[in-house]
Design a binder for this molecule. Structure first.
Ligand SMILES: Nc1nc2c(ncn2[C@@H]2O[C@H](COP(=O)(O)OP(=O)(O)O)[C@@H](O)[C@H]2O)c(=O)[nH]1
Ligand SMILES: [Mg+2]
Length: 368
């Protein structure tokens, strides 16, 4: 029986051979759906074979945010981690030095940022073997991914890593697709759209859905979505992660080459070894994490500007803030006073659902 990896390769080969045009769009859509299903199979741990769940690769998620380093061997991941965190991690000029997942912690602007070296993502993930798969699942939990590239190595490495991450449901610097998909009891497949579609027509949508044995559904597109976008929505379990391309070893390239790199979106050139632009990298990581710092103000006292409560960009209500302080806080909550950019007055009295903004000051008033 063909292995999942072999089946994936066969489909990729067939896709490469298929010309892209209107007549083949539905066939390609079908192949893409098959591919997505096989890739999901690859991620799901099996009882036999190495690398099932619980093999202890994962590290506990501590701190306010998690940042993962991904890249080919010897691009300088360990060096970068060392310089950024001061954590010990073996560095050598030969390949495959990092054998376990090494966490380090950076304290930055009052936030505790966990930095992880995710080794073997390229070597291991390709054949679905243990650590590769575990590294991928850890990568999925990161709030920001740093793809580390070597300035003097081929740029094709970038595409290979992206492809690997995409294959496992990680979407880089992308918003979730703006389309709705709803299964129905009957009525066939119905496709509506608020824009002109250059990628998806009814035949393609039908072909994709048939692969999932869905024959009755409403699909509504609010932008020029692709087959991959639709598959992402049907498959679910995609993570949308900000990503920075860290181009390391810029001490090895010319000024002209550096200027080109500097202009590319999401790029951050550094020299880990010579500690060039590490500040710039930290600032960019901070920007991409888009964390919200909230300062607490106990009644009758000054705000504590030293030790902010850190909220993720997606969960910034007063209720989220209460939960970060103590799990029972919400029960005792009466109202809150807020100073800062989210407040209309100084202070504004708000309810639990109020959305906080970076550097707001909050005082919780409890029920008596
Ligand atoms: N020239 C130069 N060499 C570097 C730089 N960063 C790391 N290296 C070297 O590249 C080699 C591999 O680094 P390492 O951190 O082990 O890479 P990893 O396999 O990605 O963890 C080591 O010999 C490092 O000293 C850099 O900024 N410039
Ligand atoms: Mg290493």
């Amino acid at each position: 029986m063909a292995t999942v990896m072999q089946k994936i390769k066969d489909i990729e080969d067939e896709m490469a051979k298929t010309q892209k045009n209107k007549a083949t769009a539905h066939h390609l859509g079908l192949l893409k759906a098959k591919l997505a299903k096989l890739r999901r199979e690859l991620l799901t741990p099996t009882s036999k074979g190495g690398g099932g769940a619980g093999e202890g690769f994962d590290v506990t998620k501590s701190g306010d945010a998690r940042v993962g380093l991904v890249g080919f061997p010897s691009v300088g991941k360990s060096t970068l981690l060392n310089k950024l965190t001061g954590t010990f991690s073996e560095v050598a000029s030969y390949e495959f030095t990092t054998l376990t997942c090494i966490p380090g912690v950076i304290m930055y602007r009052g936030a505790k940022i966990q930095l992880l070296d995710l080794p073997g993502i390229i070597e291991g993930a390709k054949d679905g073997k243990g650590r590769g798969r575990q590294v991928i699942s850890t990568a999925r939990t990161c709030n920001c991914i740093l793809i580390v590239l070597d300035a003097i190595k081929p740029i094709t490495h970038k595409r290979l890593i992206e492809k690997e991450l995409e294959g496992f449901g990680i979407r880089l610097n992308k918003e979730p697709p703006n389309l709705t998909f709803r299964k129905k009891e009957k009525g066939g497949i119905n496709l509506t759209s608020t824009v002109t579609n250059t990628h998806l027509d009814l035949d393609t949508v039908k072909a994709i859905l048939s692969e999932y044995r869905i024959h009755n559904a409403d699909v509504h597109l609010r932008y020029d979505a692709t087959a991959d976008d639709l598959i992402d929505v049907i498959e679910g379990s995609r993570v949308y992660t900000p990503c920075i391309y860290v181009v390391n070893k810029i001490d090895q390239i010319t000024m002209e080459e550096l200027e080109i790199l500097d202009k590319l979106p999401h790029y951050c050139p550094v020299s880990a070894h010579l500690e060039w632009n590490l500040d710039g990298l930290l600032e960019k990581i901070w920007e991409y994490l888009s964390l919200t710092r909230i300062y607490t103000k106990p009644k009758g006292m000054n705000p504590d500007y030293e030790d902010p409560v850190i909220l993720s960009s997606k969960r910034t209500t007063v209720e989220d803030f209460c939960e970060r302080i103590h799990k029972d806080m919400v029960k005792q909550y009466k109202y809150a006073l807020v100073w800062g950019s989210s407040a209309k007055h100084k202070p504004q009295r708000v309810g639990k659902e109020h959305e906080l903004e970076d550097e707001d000051v909050v005082q919780i008033i409890k029920k008596v």
